[in-house]
Design a protein around this ligand. Sequence first.
Ligand SMILES: Cc1cc2nc3c(=O)[nH]c(=O)nc-3n(C[C@H](O)[C@H](O)[C@H](O)COP(=O)(O)OP(=O)(O)OC[C@H]3O[C@@H](n4cnc5c(N)ncnc54)[C@H](O)[C@@H]3O)c2cc1C
Ligand code: SF4
Length: 804
Amino acid sequence: MSDVIKRLVVVGNGMAGVACVEQILKHAPRFEITIFGDETHVNYNRILLSSVLAGERSADEITLNPLDWYQKNEIRLRLGVRVVDVDAEAKTVTGDDGSVTQYDTLLLATGSSAFKPPIAGLDRDGVFAFRTLDDTRQLLERAGPGVKAVVIGGGLLGLEAARGLQVRGCEVTVVHLMATLMERQLDPDGGSYLAGKMEDLGIRVLLGRSTTAIVGNGHAEGVAFEDGMVLEADLVVVAAGIRPNVELAYKAGLRVNRGIVVNDWMETSDPDIFAVGECVEHRGTCYGLVAPLLEQGKVLAATITGNKGPVYSGTVPAAKLKIMGVDVFSAGDWSEQHAEPVRFEDRALGIYKKLTVRDGRLVGAILVGDTSDSHRYMDWLRSGADLTAQRRHLLFPPPASDAGLDIAQMSEGATICGCVGVTKGAIIAAIHEKGVNTLSQLKEQTRASTGCGSCTSLCQDILRAVAPDFEEDGKKVLCGCVPFSQDSLREILRSQRLKSVQEVLEIYGNGTGCEVCKPALSYMLDMIWCGDHDEDRSARFINDRVHANIQKDGTFSVVPRIRGGVTSPAELRRIADVADKYHVPMVKITGSQRIDLLGIRKEDLPKVWADLGMPSGQAYTKGVRMVKTCVGTDFCRFGTQDSTSAGIEMERRFEHLYTPHKVKMASVGCPRNCAEATVKDIGLVGQEGGWQVVVGGAAGKSVRKADLLITVETTESALEAAELFFQYYREHANYLERTYDFVDRLGIDKVRKETIYAPESVRAGLLDRLRKSKAASHDAWLEGQSPVNPTQFIPLQPIENVPS
Ligand SMILES: Cc1cc2nc3c(=O)[nH]c(=O)nc-3n(C[C@H](O)[C@H](O)[C@H](O)COP(=O)(O)OP(=O)(O)OC[C@H]3O[C@@H](n4cnc5c(N)ncnc54)[C@H](O)[C@@H]3O)c2cc1C
Ligand code: SF4
């Protein structure tokens, strides 16, 4: 190509236009690039709008190219400017701001708009499309608990919109003109399975309904149908299909059918105007998916930059529904015309599979309820492989290949990311040649998993299997035996209902485990199932196995629980007798108001516990250590609150529970802070008229002043705030993460938002799970012994009597 700098004007700042510009930049041509986009946002991943609506991602998280990408590549970005005219003779485009811009080469990437069906009242307030980030934001403003939402259109977009609104608390009805849902992607049987699944989620589905009007006084109040029925609605989403944006092409005098007609090099009927994306029609087809437009972009970039050669010959259409728990996949031509259907269905399992085979080759696939084999089918569809020899294993792969996910058996050329067209070989090359270890790095290097996201788990499987230092998106994996981050593991244990360490290791790990993962898994299982799991003591640390702290000489220390540091003469006598009887070499008052019997032989431990007749102080485990208290209003002239009773009650509520790391607490009667509550994991600080509850403090190897969680008036409110934080920490912290690191990592604002200021149902859930765990917990020293007479414990002052 010549050295003359050419002016490239791109109309449309969407996925197709910008992806094509990215390819053009790779060819390093001499272009002066201007991009017009009538939306006010930088290029974002439109596919993920559904997950923004459902609250799974923020708007920022779906940005594909931030502003500095345009700046770095010297692209002039005209955001919020709509191109209203093209003069193909003068080679200019006119913006709605009156600007006229000259081009040498024009690229139309105007995409599609939501189709407006002939329904009266579509202009009423409360009626929305679901196409852009602005549409999504408006929907989010209106959606909420109790809002009645009607989605017109039971296609992919309509169903994703319906689920998003329902997750936001709306009562949702999907109304569809046709007799089955997603009829363009599913046959009637597949559609009926899908309808069942949507109903199971609590979304009402009305089929075969023709909508005639949105009724209401200025704003939407209902949706009227041809049969006379009217459905109440505060919010209406019209998702009845899309139409390619072709107005500018008409104005430029280009050849247009349904879309802008392009040939296999993506050229239009004007040699200086090209088109890409949803606005084009190629060999009679207009696509509404990302994969084709990325393939088109590559071809077009070559054509435009003087490297004309590669051709675009069409894409096998494939669609996946992005609703968690409703797995739907459809690809190719699944009609049974001139093809043999191969089917499997199981109503009880909610699984429906249909493949269509022509001349021994796969031509179409429908999967509902189990899409784990979709990559295998896409591979066959794209390659056109002869499957005659594999007929027995079309629907179900041979057992060894693990539902199509066996990485080793996949060919290097197998496509992993269908949207961007990234193969297994390209991913492995990125791992070996570019040192890729995380999904983010993989996205950056190959663009894999940046489309609809359905290949994410497969990409992670490859990383897990191949990358030497695999990290799950910046989060360290637990260890080499179970290479998943702790967040993922908690999710896996919950969703797969796994209840034993061995089970987890066998399914997700190396079958054996180690000193790092086994105690962590033991903790997670205990916490998730509130004690209703298969406890495997051999998976715990040595201290937990013997319920005592091993010392450097091999003997053990025994610390009985003395709640709130308050003991009695009887207890002190028993402790003294035990010390004499077992020749305890050292009896020591600890820094946390306890008595430590040091130097006890392992074989004496059970007898010592029995003779003491006191609960375990858990000084050896990742659990609740103690609640240190001051004397408070009982005896101190400065005391404003009964810190002793509050501390004892707090200890009683939390003792015997396992935590990610040790938890130390304190309760003080006034801000003089004699028991150092402000440097504890949880502290109660009495003050005139109430309590401050502080969390995340430390005064050990790390020193950190605790953050204020909340100020409350009553002791019960203070204890409840402590309980909310305590359970939240148990559920969200990584194993071996102290509260001070945890609070620091999350920030106190997030902790507050998700505990004390969380919705009522969330708070109730935290308290409920804490209480279930507490009910299932027991004193480790009582295992295998006759129960300790509860009257031997000091009497506790009931919390009702605590002044507040
Ligand atoms: C909610 C949702 C979910 C989806 N899910 C999937 C999925 O799971 N898988 C999949 O493959 N596809 C999915 N899609 C479709 C996919 O997003 C589109 O295929 C893709 O975005 C099309 O890209 P495009 O650049 O051709 O068009 P667009 O993304 O529409 O971009 C065109 C841009 O040009 C702008 N524009 C138009 N005319 C002008 C003008 N005259 N002047 C200036 N600017 C103009 C438009 O405002 C727009 O910003 C989904 C779409 C939506 C809305
Ligand atoms: S913290 Fe306050 S109430 Fe407690 S002992 Fe010290 S001065 Fe007294």
